[in-house]
Write a protein that binds this ligand. Structure first.
Ligand code: PLP
Length: 468
């Protein structure tokens, strides 16, 4: 039998809301053409993010009620600690309310003007937290990662040669740490191979530069290693993840991804003196070290969720779902990043709408049209999210213009995704009607969350006559 099934059945359902096309035209206009400003009730299928949007299991909900809400030393903390320690092997573990809290603490300690922190590719909040300290966030992906249709089993890998050159050019003393993002969200949810993690570590070691793993999607990454790196075919994803952590000097995780929870995360390190500094900032910003900004019930949910996320049945279904979704888009001619990653399918907006220049946000034009046409919310990962301006105010585009269709964990079925594929195929057939947008206002950091935009010229796909 070839059919891959969901390794669960549905016990609770949540209705989704239909809107009409004229309503969506008005709602998007009111949201200033930024889908982050929409109300979720006005969205039919929400592929904005896979972060914190997953469905918890009956086991997780059962553990929630057992949450110990004591301020200090709660039983729930020790359950959390046991699982995170078993997974990471790190001696110093701190709960945080989500991934960026870990980044904030870590970057405050490691960053500062003149410092450079390289990565395979920094996630947007990581980059922002590094830059906020005055340090430079540098992406060193392998060349294949920037070529949307080039097939490579581990497009998330770091370019080790460029890392070596950077260390020589910059001097190790200015590089307080090297990050590796597993999987590499910004460039398509692409995995990093075990051999790349080992090579990066071997490159850093002679200079004493610590390796920090951004483990937000470590389970999906471990499963890709099992599928694609022959030596690991017989190892469990949990064992593979343990081996990755064993190489690293520290790690952090947004448990809103592969922790299968709606809020939470952790930061973990080997070095005792670094741990002491983390603890001080944790108490200042997050909370006492045995809860770190989370309720006891959240710690319970993470402890259970982490174990479920590594189950092979679940990971097989998860990775297969994304591959199936990608195949649906491929069959409909929609250009996507190949091969598809672990948590999302990324549409190649530069090929979808080549007539819209980067400074007019081709990805955002597709995101807006997809919402108006079908009530589907996606997110732009391109010039709006990652673009910069030079000193003359000219737009500097990132290497890729993408639209991310992130699939929440255990939430949508095959027919939901088929609907999205059909909607994108409709838009693709009418793509010459897509029109660019311009920024009305934007904040200096993470501007895509709050930016206000307007269409440059009337677009049939956004308002007026329905062409579809
Ligand atoms: C989501 C994410 C973060 C930030 O975590 P939050 O929980 O959203 O604060 C960091 N790194 C990666 C790779 C992520 O996907």
């Amino acid at each position: 039998m070839r059919a891959v099934i969901e390794p669960f059945r549905i016990k609770v359902v949540e209705p989704i809301h239909r809107t009409t096309r004229p309503e969506r035209e008005r709602l998007l206009r009111q949201a200033r053409y930024n889908v982050f400003r929409l109300r979720s009730e006005d969205v039919l299928i929400d592929l904005l993010t896979d972060s914190g949007t997953g469905a918890m299991s009956d086991q997780q909900w059962a553990r929630m009620i057992q949450g110990d809400e004591s301020y200090a030393g709660a039983r729930s903390y020790y359950r959390f600690l046991e699982v995170v320690n078993a997974l990471t092997g790190m001696p110093h573990i701190f709960p945080v309310h989500q991934g960026r809290a870990a980044e904030h603490i870590l970057c405050t300690i490691l960053g500062g003007p003149g410092k450079v922190i390289p990565s395979n590719t920094h996630f947007d909040t990581t980059r922002a937290n590094i830059e906020y300290t005055g340090a430079t966030a540098l992406d060193l992906p392998i060349a294949e990662a920037l070529s949307p249709e080039t097939l490579h089993p581990f497009k998330g890998n770091m370019d080790v040669k460029r890392l070596e050159e950077l260390i020589h050019r910059t001097g190790a003393e200015r590089i307080p740490a090297c990050f590796l993002t597993l999987t590499n969200n910004t460039l398509g949810g692409q995995p990093v191979s075990m051999s790349n993690v080992q090579e990066v570590k071997a490159t850093l070691d002679p200079y004493g530069i610590p390796l920090i793993i951004d483990a937000s999607r470590i389970a999906e990454n471990a499963y890709f290693i099992k599928l694609r790196e022959p030596e690991y075919a017989d190892r469990s994803p949990w064992e593979i993840a343990r081996e990755i952590f064993a190489i690293a000097d520290g790690c952090y995780m947004s448990a809103k991804k592969d922790g299968l929870v709606n809020i939470g995360g952790f930061l973990a390190v080997r070095d005792a003196s670094l741990a002491r500094r983390i603890e001080q900032l944790l108490i200042l910003w997050e909370g006492f070290p045995t809860y770190g900004g989370l309720a006891g019930r959240d710690l319970e949910a993470i402890a259970q969720g982490l174990q479920e996320a590594f189950q092979e049945d679940y990971l097989h279904y998860r990775i297969h779902t994304i591959a199936w979704f990608a195949e649906q888009l491929r069959q409909r001619g929609v250009p996507i990043i190949e091969p598809p990653g672990g948590h999302a399918v990324f549409v190649n907006a530069a090929r979808f709408a080549p007539h819209i220049p980067a400074e007019h946000f081709p990805g955002q034009a597709i995101v807006c049209a997809l919402y108006v046409h079908a009530g589907v919310r996606a997110v732009e990962v391109g010039s709006l999210m990652l673009g910069k301006r030079d000193s003359n105010g000219r737009h500097i585009a990132p290497p890729l213009e993408l639209v991310r269709l992130a699939v929440p964990r255990r939430v949508y079925t095959q027919s939901h995704l088929e609907y999205v594929a059909d909607a994108l195929a409709d838009l693709f057939a009418q793509r010459q009607h897509l029109r660019g947008l311009q920024l009305l206002s934007a904040s200096p950091f993470l501007r895509h969350f709050t930016a206000e935009l307007e269409p440059l010229e009337p677009s049939l796909l956004l308002s007026g006559d329905t062409v579809l």
